[in-house]
Ligand binder design. Sequence first.
Ligand SMILES: Cc1cc2nc3c(=O)[nH]c(=O)nc-3n(C[C@H](O)[C@H](O)[C@H](O)COP(=O)(O)O)c2cc1C
Length: 339
Amino acid sequence: MHTLPIAPDAPWLAPLAGYSDLPFRMLCRSFGAACAVTEMVSAKGLVYGGFGTTRLLNTAPGDGPLVVQIFGAEPDIFERAMPQLLEQGFTHFDLNAGCSVRKVNKSGSGSALMAKPALLLKIAEVMLRAAGPGRVGVKMRLGFAPGEENFLDLGKALEDLGAGWLTLHPRTARQLFGGAADWSRIGELVRAVDIPVLASGDLFSAEAAARCLAESGASGVMFARGALTDPMIFQRLRDILAGREPAPRSAEALAEAAALHIRLARELEGTPRALRALRAFLPRYAKGFSGIRAVRQALLECRTWEELEATAGSIAALYGTAAPLAQAELADLQDGCLA
Ligand SMILES: Cc1cc2nc3c(=O)[nH]c(=O)nc-3n(C[C@H](O)[C@H](O)[C@H](O)COP(=O)(O)O)c2cc1C
């Protein structure tokens, strides 16, 4: 049995390469994320001490429950990586079989594993043997290419191996982010297995997530691009499911979230890299607001934490008035990882 919060009103923060770092996870948790997944970590990087791997595993008290997502394609590398992670105190893991970014697929990792089901299962088995039954999930796509959808067979086989949960982003690997995520396919997986299924894909708003839950019968959802533009999306879903009216998306609330994000990044990381990352991150919260250009410009000019904090103080005015979020605007937030 898995021991993680998996329920419709317990939304997760999805793995987001370049974004689901410690400060952002803490921010999302403060707004109601029940569980969070790290950025994808390379199994090889863990074994050979790859550049940046240590930072990806940065965690702190309060950063739980936490799932470490791993990508790779060689079972023997996973054999060596898992004991390291367990020694560091991590308890739950996710196998990345969904990322379609070329660099990841070229090495046979990510969604390329959907084309090699025996290898995918072998790696999941290695992870489960090390972590224990129920402590590993797998994040899948429908299959590698249209007409090669094998998520149902894989889901059943993973359940037999002892996987604790499954996540489905219902597009094929070849589709990248094109077309719409077909939530009815999530429903097919829900009916095929007895372990929990988390839904991912086009969950741009709490309302969309509530619809996806109702249509698919999924056990829970994972917010990805939706959390990048609105870290309060978790609380909004909890409100909707509890029959409460969610708070409107206001410039003041987003400015407060930006200020909190800055404080968390400074306290928990405080590095020049963290500062640079924030300058790119914060304008995302302004998506759909008329003042987005001014926000981006003001943030880009910040060179120090003090400047960033001071700018955050005036951000509410810069955001301007809220326009409805356009689907197209949200959809182009797919840079980083075509997962
Ligand atoms: C910038 C970015 C980075 C991502 N990084 C990862 C990752 O490291 N591992 C993973 O499994 N999926 C990753 N994904 C995929 C998301 O977790 C999610 O499955 C996908 O975006 C579909 O959900 P959405 O349409 O609600 O955004 C990433 C997506 C984006 C946009």
